[in-house]
Design a protein around this ligand. Structure first.
Ligand code: NDP
Length: 305
């Protein structure tokens, strides 16, 4: 992407990163929207707050084997904050000096802040999901019946957020039964009195037995490819209140197309990307996420409803 080169670990020795550097680490990373989104917000914020004038947000392609070295080098190299994306969120959890309680429950970190002790890790994905649901679907997780699709890292984060916010019931469906069972076992100790159940999305009877008026959240990667089938056929599901698909590229998945055809309110994952990013930049800059999010949204040409 022009203006946002992809750096490698060796670039840390080869060139300076002046000012206050921030970065996102991933493998691959070329597709990430975080650099243009953060840099546009920083430019706009610096017009009112000159302290931010020399803050720069970079991207690094870091192989998972190199993550421990990269985190050390970025800390000693004066980087103030990092975002982590696939496949680093779980790996980094064990490499940071401190973890906040939100990230502890998820077992993954997506945002790091440099401290005297090393890296402080937190996870802003849950915040991003909750803010996006409110903004795009007018939906609160508190008291809500949620049907969650997926059992990977994103589903785990979403499930913990649903439980933390006091959803009424959480029903999780996943293609591979063993992965579903593993997630359900992990969630039980966090659930308290909230019922947490599993279902097989491929089973028509299980689909027909899903609760009506639920908020359906897709946290699978089914839909990332344009020809992917939807992870849940909505045709025989009792009418949901809304569908949120964490995928934002492509902007409309088969699941969202089906929801639109059935007249069910629906939203893709772009607003989640914005709000998790705004919460990260809040941690690094002290500027409230609510003030940052519109700047990031307009950088992504996302219009508020
Ligand atoms: P993981 O690889 O950890 O998990 C993938 C999940 O998708 C598994 O549950 C897997 O099921 C399921 N899955 C994959 N392919 C299919 C398919 N063809 N049909 C049905 N289920 C399938 O990925 P993550 O949890 O990290 O990410 C999941 C999605 O969430 C990605 O699309 C990612 O882009 C998105 N995301 C969006 C964010 C945002 O800010 N908007 C933030 C984080 C993630 P199985 O167990 O059967 O393999």
């Amino acid at each position: 992407m022009p203006g946002h080169p992809v750096f490698l670990l060796r670039d840390l020795d080869a060139r300076p990163f002046p000012g206050i550097p921030l970065a996102v680490l991933g493998h691959p990373i070329a597709h990430s929207l975080s650099p243009p989104m953060h840099q546009a917000a920083l430019l706009a914020m610096a017009r009112e707050d000159t302290r931010l004038a020399d803050w720069r947000y970079h991207r690094f392609d870091i192989h998972p084997d190199d993550l421990p070295t990269a985190l050390d080098r970025l800390h000693s190299g004066g980087f103030r904050g990092l975002n982590l994306t696939v496949p680093h969120k779980v790996l980094a959890f064990d490499l940071v000096a401190e973890v906040d309680p939100a990230a502890e429950a998820v077992g993954a970190v997506n945002t790091l802040l440099a401290t005297a002790k090393g890296w402080y890790g937190t996870n802003t994905d849950g915040y991003g999901l909750n803010a996006a649901l409110r903004e795009r679907l007018g939906a609160d997780l508190a008291g809500r019946v949620v049907v969650l699709l997926g059992a990977g890292g994103a589903a785990r984060g979403a499930a913990v957020e649903c439980l933390r916010r006091g959803c009424a019931r959480l029903v999780v469906g996943n293609r591979t039964a063993a992965n579903l069972a593993e997630l359900l076992a992990l969630l039980q100790p966090l659930a308290g009195a909230i019922p947490v159940l599993g279902f097989d999305p491929a089973d028509p009877q299980a689909r027909a037995g899903l609760p009506a008026d639920a908020l359906v959240i897709n946290a699978t990667s089914a839909g990332l490819r344009a020809d992917d089938a939807a992870p849940l056929d909505l045709a025989d599901v009792p009418r949901p209140a809304g569908i949120f698909d964490m995928i934002y590229h492509p902007p409309q998945t088969a699941l969202l197309r089906q929801a639109a055809a059935l007249g069910i309110p629906q939203a893709n994952g772009l607003a989640m990307l914005v709000h998790q990013g705004a919460k990260s930049l809040e941690l690094w800059s002290g500027v409230p996420a609510e003030a940052i999010a519109p700047l990031m949204a307009s950088a992504l040409a996302l219009r508020s409803p």
